[in-house]
Design a protein around this ligand. Structure first.
Ligand code: M6R
Length: 611
């Protein structure tokens, strides 16, 4: 999704902004632009990559200690130069960058056209800056006041940063529903959509809240609420290092993040799991353990890969806590007027913590009185702040658009939660509880071992890279793993892939099977093992190409398979954390072999902040 970077201080703004925009590239975008004040306002913008914008600006005088920059992911209006941000008011005095969507922009545009405004592009953002200009003119007020008035009329979500030629020492920012971080330096401020453009300059940050406006000078930050009352900024310390957002020698962030998983899973469990002592400590759960124990129902809301983590959690929670669980696409849940009863708990799962559908789904459930529990990776994100309580996954920044380490960290945390609640509730036999704690503790090491399959999987990728379709099948805990494997492949290799519950195959997808169709089974030793062997045979009988993830030492399946991927043995409840690793690697290698940009796949955005 769109990204914002802005700077005011004693440095040259342009290099800071350019580097920041590059750091935000992972979010997905189709055009980029910057605006600087240097003897007047200079706006440069271009469809395409930040590097193309950089080429355009080579040799230009970019001298300025204040500036704003943007990467745009098109919503209103096609991706082209004129729709790229920044957008400028009719009198060329104000310029704006904006993330989000102004839903009522057409009505406002109509009114502005009647007043003589002319627009060069098709975006809601251009309408907003003209609207601010018009209010300023009508009310003879300051830019700050005009922005406040304009935002009261606006329906939708936004983060904006405005640069005003007549106030060359001030940036004005405001947010509702989209994230904005302000980094505080010595005599300088950095603004960005997330912390990645800021972390190399300062660790001190303020996460701007919804309906707040920030008036920022080099050495002053004033935060105000929508009633124009001054708020005390809550300064937090970032706990990420620069290395976490760089490739560190890997060809791609995705590969780096796949290989980080032994450590990131360990980090998710660190200080929380003590298998020897038989304890699970989850600070975020403490005040809500009894709510969970007496819960009538858990509803999990999420999107994409996080939704798949929710599906695995459904199996875990129902088995260990005996609380009924429903897993919902947040985008469906939010519009469906769902029945929320007393005693229902909502768990919202999100890597970014900014996914608009998930955020709105949880907000509407909150209004209906539900307890909201958030599982997020990004500290200080909107979802974590909207939750009553929650647990961070601690996987570190995930830059690759295809989620990998965040998924396994989500599973680790969800498993811990189910174990904690089940143990407190008395719904897990003590022996089983202790056994699972040890199983979970052993996961980082088993993931490390699984990663040794990388070269073998690369060879497999070579063999299957030209397939037009893939089918991924699993049962029980491995069914969501199959869904996730298919999602990974289609995201980064653009090969059509379907994930199915293996037993569902005979109700339709089996019609696809022929000698050209690779079918990936996730068939490690679990309660469904014998059943899935029958499904493998059904595919084999129709000449499908069978690739199977099996438990090390499996004696039955290799004879049926074209290719076998052997993973370490693990209890079925924690096995998804291991079994997904080869599927991530397979997708990665196929994507790379096909020559695609696996870190920034076409059309995708890292955090989907629009509905
Ligand atoms: O940040 P979130 O976990 O809320 O994001 C949800 C999905 O947009 C995300 O998982 C998406 O499906 C990824 N591209 C999957 O790799």
């Amino acid at each position: 999704m769109c990204g914002i970077v802005a700077y005011i201080g004693h440095r040259q703004a342009y290099p800071v902004i350019l580097k920041g925009l590059k750091r935000l590239e992972y979010r997905g975008y189709d055009s980029a632009g910057v605006a600087m004040l240097n003897n007047g306002l200079h706006v440069y913008k271009k469809k395409g990559k930040v590097a193309e914008l950089e080429d355009l600006l080579t040799g230009k005088d970019m001298n300025s200690s204040i500036g704003i920059g943007h990467t745009r992911w098109a919503t209103h209006g096609e991706p082209n130069d004129k729709n790229a941000h920044p957008h400028t008011s009719g009198d060329k005095k104000l310029t704006i960058v904006h993330n989000g969507i102004i839903e009522n922009y057409l009505q406002i545009k109509k009114e502005l056209i009647q007043r003589g405004h002319q627009f060069s592009g098709d975006t809601d953002t251009e309408v907003l800056i003209h609207f601010i200009e018009e209010i300023k003119k009508q009310n003879q007020c300051s830019t700050e006041e005009a922005i406040r008035v304009a935002l009261k009329r606006v329906v939708g979500a936004y983060v904006i940063v405005v640069l005003d030629v007549d106030n060359p020492d001030t940036l004005i920012a405001a947010r509702k529903g989209s994230p904005l971080v302000i980094g505080i330096g010595k005599g300088e401020h950095f603004l960005a959509s997330d912390a990645s453009p800021i972390v190399e300059y300062t660790k001190e940050v303020v996460f701007v809240n919804d309906y707040e406006m920030a008036i920022i000078k080099a050495d002053e930050l004033i935060l105000k609420n929508s009633s124009n009352e001054i708020q005390t900024p809550y300064i937090q310390k970032l706990d990420i290092e620069l290395a976490a957002i760089e490739k560190s020698g890997y060809d791609h962030f995705m590969l780096k993040e796949i290989f980080e998983q032994p450590q990131t899973i360990f980090d998710s469990l660190r200080g929380r799991l003590d298998a020897k002592g038989g304890t699970v400590i989850l600070g975020g759960l403490r005040e809500y353990t009894t709510s969970f124990e007496s819960a009538q129902r858990i509803i999990i809301v999420a999107c994409g890969t996080s939704w798949h983590a929710g599906l695995v959690a459904e199996y875990m929670f129902e088995e260990l806590t005996r609380i009924p669980v429903e897993v919902e696409y947040a985008s469906e849940f939010r519009y469906r007027n769902p029945v929320i009863r007393e005693g229902d708990i909502i768990i919202a799962i999100s890597q970014s913590g900014e996914t608009a559908d998930t955020l709105v789904a949880m907000e509407s459930a909150k209004e209906k009185g539900a307890v909201i529990f958030g599982i997020c990776n990004v500290v200080g994100s909107s979802i974590s702040r909207t939750s009553h309580a929650g647990v961070y996954t601690h996987a570190g920044p995930e830059i690759g658009v295809a989620s990998t380490k965040a998924f396994t960290a989500q599973l680790a945390v969800l498993c811990l939660m189910a174990l904690k609640i089940g143990h407190e509730k008395g719904s897990i036999p003590h022996k089983r509880y202790l056994q699972l704690l040890h199983e979970l503790e052993a996961i980082p090491e088993k993931v490390e071992e699984t990663l040794k399959l990388n070269d073998a999987i690369k060879k497999m990728a070579e063999k299957y890279k030209n397939a037009h379709d893939f089918l991924y099948l699993g049962r029980g805990y491995n069914f969501p793993v199959a869904l996730e494997g298919a999602l990974k492949l289609k995201e980064i290799s653009y090969i059509h892939a379907e994930g199915y519950a293996a037993a569902e195959m005979k109700h339709g997808p089996i019609a696809l099977v022929d000698e050209n169709l690779p079918v990936v089974f996730v068939a490690t030793k679990d309660a469904y093992y014998e059943k899935i062997i029958s499904n493998i045979q059904e595919v084999k009988a129709r000449k499908g190409k069978v690739i199977v993830v099996v438990t090390q030492g499996d004696k039955n399946i290799p004879a049926l398979a074209d290719d076998v991927i052997e993973v370490p043995e693990a209890d079925e409840l924690v096995a998804p954390i291991i079994n997904v690793i080869p599927l991530q690697l397979l997708a990665y290698h196929i994507g790379v072999l096909k020559g695609y940009d696996v870190d920034k796949p076409r059309n995708l955005a890292k955090s989907v902040t629009v509905e």
